[in-house]
Write a protein that binds this ligand. Structure first.
Ligand SMILES: Nc1ncnc2c1ncn2[C@@H]1O[C@H](COP(=O)(O)OP(=O)(O)O)[C@@H](O)[C@H]1O
Ligand SMILES: [Mg+2]
Length: 348
């Protein structure tokens, strides 16, 4: 199933005038809303940033503003050009029955959009930090082991007179310190705020491996067998930090669903236009009537401290921003599979 709501009314057809910061922010938000259909965007400046973004999203870029105003599908014109003469022109040229939002009204819409996107970023970060709270036990364990080793070696060194042994133990101490540093590095890179719209070619298999390492701090992998079925060279363009977050969440959910142990299967598949990532478990499963609800904010069946109910909600948001899809299949008592499909190339 797709995590989208059924449509009850036909979408409102919106034309956007202006592809500067305001127009781009509007595009980013409105194109995600099923109840809104963007018929096109226009800007006097052919290099305006929103025009490229529109092409990426398969939204028509219209050279002449007139063409957009005359488009007989348009129901609402959003003017974010910031051009004071535009208001009068719109009054003259817009067909009757078409609503126009311009001047301070469209400014308010733009402020709301900015506010929403800032909130979304905060939510993503807050949920990640809430998750990191549960890492404490795992981290303490993993750092304590090398620390104990360092202590033992240092105690020996204090009495050791053989130079060869001193060198050898010093090297062991260095290795142990490097291991603890690696743990800290993994975690600080996970905890940092991900840069918005940061894009690069992401190696999906490596990201899944990184996520597995981090998820081990979040949940105990007791009696869990991990099976990896990776297609070689599975790469996609995307935001690496956000993808890592998505995978950590899916793996954590899968392991939490297998309280009495089981098999966690991570699979990547390269298809014609997408790379698919499947995270499967042999856990408690999800009743079909909850398939939609689990993607809602704050829906959780876990006790406080174990779940925030924001994981899947954030995942859905990140995946949609990357123009991908997420689907779930599940059998109660048998297990669940979450499948993410991400475009292999940035849409042009
Ligand atoms: N792999 C899974 N197996 C069973 N139930 C799951 C699985 N993944 C998610 N769920 C259900 O969906 C709910 C919401 O998940 P999520 O949004 O990640 O929030 P949280 O994990 O904080 O509860 C979970 O509480 C759980 O009931
Ligand atoms: Mg979760």
């Amino acid at each position: 199933m797709r995590a989208t709501r059924p449509l009850h009314t036909p979408p409102t057809k919106v034309a956007i005038l202006g592809a500067g910061r305001g127009g781009t922010a509007l595009l980013d938000l409105l194109h995600q809303i099923p109840a809104i259909d963007i018929v096109g965007i226009s800007d006097r400046d052919p290099r305006a940033p929103g025009l490229q973004r529109a092409r990426d999203l398969h939204i028509p870029v219209v050279d002449q503003i007139d063409d957009l105003l005359q488009n007989h599908h348009t129901q609402l014109v959003l003017d974010v050009t910031g051009d004071p003469t535009m208001d009068q022109r719109l009054r003259r040229e817009v067909r009757s029955g078409v609503d126009v939002l311009s001047g301070s009204a469209s400014r308010v819409v733009w402020e709301l959009v900015q506010h929403e996107s800032a909130l979304q970023a905060e939510l993503l970060h807050a949920e990640k930090l809430a998750g990191i709270g549960s890492f404490a036990a795992g981290i303490a364990h993993d750092i304590n082991n090398p620390l104990q080793l360092i202590l033992g070696l240092a105690e020996n060194l204090a009495e050791e007179t053989d130079l060869h042994t001193v060198h050898e133990q010093a090297r062991e101490i260095i290795d142990a310190v490097k291991r603890t540093t690696a743990i800290c590095r993994d975690l600080t890179s996970y905890a940092r705020r991900s840069a918005a719209h940061q894009q690069s070619l992401v190696d999906v298999n490596t990201k899944l491996d990184d996520a597995l390492k981090i998820a081990r701090y979040a949940v105990a992998f007791q009696d869990i067998e991990v099976v990896k079925l990776y297609a070689p060279d599975a790469t996609i363009p995307g935001n690496p930090d956000e993808l890592l977050h998505v995978f950590v969440n899916l793996i954590t959910n899968a392991v939490q669903a297998m309280e009495r142990g089981g098999t966690l299967t991570l699979r990547t598949m390269i298809q014609e236009t997408v790379v698919s990532v499947q995270v499967s478990d042999t856990g408690c499963g999800i009743p079909p009537d909850l398939f939609n609800e689990i993607f809602e904010p704050f829906f959780t069946t876990k006790p406080p401290g174990k779940g925030t109910g924001l994981g899947l909600y954030n995942i859905k948001h990140v995946i949609h921003q990357m123009h991908g899809t997420i689907a779930v299949t599940s059998d109660v008592g048998v297990g669940s599979t979450f499948t993410i499909a991400l475009p292999r190339t940035t849409p042009v």
